[in-house]
Design a protein around this ligand. Sequence first.
Ligand SMILES: NC(=O)c1ccc[n+]([C@@H]2O[C@H](COP(=O)([O-])OP(=O)(O)OC[C@H]3O[C@@H](n4cnc5c(N)ncnc54)[C@H](OP(=O)(O)O)[C@@H]3O)[C@@H](O)[C@H]2O)c1
Length: 234
Amino acid sequence: MAPLRVLITGGGRGIGRAAALRFAKEGAHVVVAARTSGELDDVVAEIDAAGGKGLAAQMNVTDLGSVEAAVWRATEFTGGPIDVLINNAGVFDVIPFDKMGHKAWSKMIDVNLTGAYYVTQESLNALEEGERTVVINVASGAAKKGFPGNTAYCASKYGLKGFGDALRIDLAEKGIRVVTVYPRGTDTTIFDGVPGDWDRSKMNSVEEVAEVIFSAVSAGDEVTDIDVPPPAGA
Ligand SMILES: NC(=O)c1ccc[n+]([C@@H]2O[C@H](COP(=O)([O-])OP(=O)(O)OC[C@H]3O[C@@H](n4cnc5c(N)ncnc54)[C@H](OP(=O)(O)O)[C@@H]3O)[C@@H](O)[C@H]2O)c1
């Protein structure tokens, strides 16, 4: 089978990096996109070592020009088509509503929700050219339930779920599937500096989440939403 052509936003670390390496193990051609080019270069070396072929495409998902340029580079690398788009880039903060300023609000909505719209829209031609094409949106348990201090994060992730539910209908006639994945707490740098009593030892590993993301590629048409199960023994 021809190698899968994959674009992953937020591919420089955490869940995105682990997903990139999971696809690389199958020989995929993987474009990792984020703002920090040093991290992307390191992941590309790991992708190549794991048996895939990697490309670093610097991208700020909140900047349409940057998204356009990075998607163009991605399609040059893949030869045109993208089979798997993973909208994974995300930011998280815990801010009680009476302290929620417009800057923090906009940042979470812009990165977590509007970023997915920009990247999917700019990738549409390449997705139409892909085979077995699937868009995978990385949401959160916070797309289904409210948490304290999470008005912006929950709004962005409920929004991402809604984006996916409607996108699925619009893209069905093009043969493009849309799957939303819901990680639980996962041990990554997303918690760095965020107020809260986080016990990362009880969280999922990034590899467990990557496995669920990878499973979405071969899932049947009826699979639209996948919850990440809790870690073994939790
Ligand atoms: N960890 C959890 O417990 C958890 C639970 C549920 C859902 N999630 C979701 O899973 C996804 C990945 O999270 P993670 O835990 O792996 O976080 P992470 O370790 O902090 O990684 C986040 C990634 O997103 C990128 N990113 C952030 N802002 C960006 C921007 N403006 N443009 C492009 N890339 C950007 C970061 O790279 P740069 O900073 O270099 O741009 C980084 O590569 C997020 O959508 C998050 O909401 C995580």
